[in-house]
Design a binder for this molecule. Structure first.
Ligand code: ATP
Length: 254
């Protein structure tokens, strides 16, 4: 479970996230949408402990990211939008490094590493240095590393960027399987179709505030109810998103 209560974050006088109250129950896949500069990355960085809220609290599995970061991180996996690896480690060495950081026993870690290498089809290049990896390979390795300690909560910043269609399928299947098994997933995306296909609920953020929170079906209903709507098709959903975000100069979802 993820909880944001009364969360604000400012950069100097700039308010990036304002009065965020949001609870995501265990087993839910939540997608945060919004135009450039809406506050999505700031929200995610507070959720994974890379930024402190200026006000309010963020909790993962009941652990406050500021007061009990170690407790929270044991329940947290994170895939940033720009995968960060050590160029002079091989993929396999990187996975061992992550397993050691989480203090996993060697035999448990060995089994999990082998399973994730197979799952993400990393075998062909697992023993090559990360410096030789393409963006998609790097992203797949970071996905694998984020799951090694079997976290209760997975946080994904634009998870499909750089992935080819087969890798996208692997990640979608994984997210479905893990959320069915009780994992909570929080992801940011610019891709409305992805949110529509995968998310139990979506939040739309504009200028640091949630302007919509609900299911895609509810968002679609809201679009269809508009007097100028042409119906319940895809266009009305996109149009509603654009209308909701236009005050922030938002761009079109893909
Ligand atoms: P994008 O979709 O472009 O990644 P975003 O929704 O992730 O955007 P944020 O990166 O969270 O948005 O930015 C929210 C606001 O905070 C923006 O107005 C941005 O300019 C501002 N901001 C973000 N980081 C900083 C920083 N380090 N210093 C000052 N302002 C910042």
């Amino acid at each position: 479970m993820i909880e944001f209560s009364g969360v604000c974050r400012t950069y100097g006088t700039k308010v990036a996230v304002s009065d965020l109250d949001l609870t995501i129950p265990r087993g839910e896949l939540f997608a945060l949408l919004g135009p450039n500069g809406a506050g999505k990355t700031t929200t995610i960085k507070m959720l994974v402990g890379l930024l402190r809220p200026s006000r309010g609290h963020v909790r993962v599995a009941g652990h406050d990211l500021v007061l009990d970061p170690r407790g929270a991180h044991l329940h947290l996996g994170y895939v940033p939008d720009e995968p960060c690896l050590y160029d002079k480690l091989t993929g396999r060495e990187f996975l061992w490094f992550i397993a050691d950081m989480f203090g996993m026993p060697r035999d448990l870690a060995g089994g999990r590493i082998a399973a994730e290498i197979e799952h993400f089809e990393l075998g062909e290049f697992a023993d090559d240095l990360a410096e030789s990896y393409s963006l998609g390979m790097r992203q797949r390795l970071v996905f694998a590393s984020s799951l090694l300690h079997d976290p209760e909560t997975l946080v994904l910043d634009e998870p499909m960027v750089g992935l080819d269609p087969r890798s996208v399928r692997i990640v979608k299947d994984l997210l479905r399987a893990r959320t069915s098994a009780g994992m909570t997933v929080f992801m940011s995306t610019h891709t409305l179709a992805m949110a529509e296909e995968m998310a139990d609920r979506v939040g739309i953020m504009v200028r640091g505030r949630l302007v919509f929170l609900g299911t895609v079906a509810e968002l679609r209903e809201r679009g269809a109810a508009r007097p100028d709507s042409a119906g319940t098709g895809r266009e009305s959903l996109e149009q509603l998103y654009l209308d909701l975000t236009s005050t922030a100069g938002g761009e079109s979802p893909r």
